[in-house]
Design a protein around this ligand. Sequence first.
Ligand SMILES: Cc1cc2nc3c(=O)[nH]c(=O)nc-3n(C[C@H](O)[C@H](O)[C@H](O)COP(=O)(O)O)c2cc1C
Length: 327
Amino acid sequence: MEQPFKTRLTEMLGIQYPILMGGMQWITRAEFTAHACNAGGLGFITAESFETPEDLRQELRKMKDLTDRPFGVNISMIPELGNLKDRTHRLCDVVCEEGVPVVETAGRNPAPLVPALKSAGVKIIHKLTTVYHARKAQEAGVDAVALLGFGSGGHIGTQDVASFIALPMAVDRLDIPVIAAGGIADGKGFLGALAMGAEGVLLGSRFLATRECPIHDEVKEKYVKAGAEETALLMKSLGNPMRTIRNRLADEVLAIEARGATLEEILKYVAGRRTRSAYMDGDPENSMLPCGQVVGLIDEIKTVSQVIQDIIDEAKILMNRLKKMES
Ligand SMILES: Cc1cc2nc3c(=O)[nH]c(=O)nc-3n(C[C@H](O)[C@H](O)[C@H](O)COP(=O)(O)O)c2cc1C
């Protein structure tokens, strides 16, 4: 197996390339996620896409038929999902019982989940947005952190620090592997992140514009056509900003937030089920569609394996170019 970019992450997870597909609610189900694993990377099935922990269990069993490579589960501990404690622990139990090799935790301090995951031998990658929280996660015993920069898609925290600053800071201050998350779509971003000390990358938006991604073609087209400046930060007024595509709904939410809308008013617009039906029915204007500024770099629908292979091939070319710069 060719392993041109071997790092502590590839060794820890037993994967060919240090390229991860982050969990994306409703989207990263078994069929889609398996493509990332079979192409030499690793994808995370999002636990929050399932009604019950038993539904997640069935999906994990399906996954084992679709790939014999390692795969992960995303456990997003998002406050608005209600009855968090019990549900999250039950999802975590299923992950441990089904022998899932790695989880991507996000949204809150993962410390309460660490003992159970560790004793089941599950590796923990905690996704976060600040170096401060990365150090806390390391102290709590996670195996790696995925650090999201300001331009990333989805929940991006409130620090507004760009990856170019946060990444080298995290690498200098942590002992565990740091994964650069967000803002990466090609070999330039990949190699740049590794040059800054990251030991892997985690992508979301780039994988939306793939042939296998189970969202409607019109939504994919919206992502392909969008420029880097066509994203919006919704729910900033609630202290929980989410980066999405700038569409009709985003403009409406920004307008009501500007006039001081309440949580209840905002939630009517950003409800997850609206997003889910937009993905299925192909309505790219009237629901919240998470994505990163990296949409500006996405201008073609590829296969998942092409996305991963193109990143590796471009990075190799760039490495050679850099080597030639040595005098
Ligand atoms: C459509 C979409 C849905 C997402 N859903 C989740 C989720 O449910 N849980 C989570 O932890 N992250 C979620 N994310 C964030 C991604 O896992 C990843 O961290 C992010 O997309 C990386 O930034 P990028 O889009 O710039 O590559 C989502 C991102 C997108 C684009």
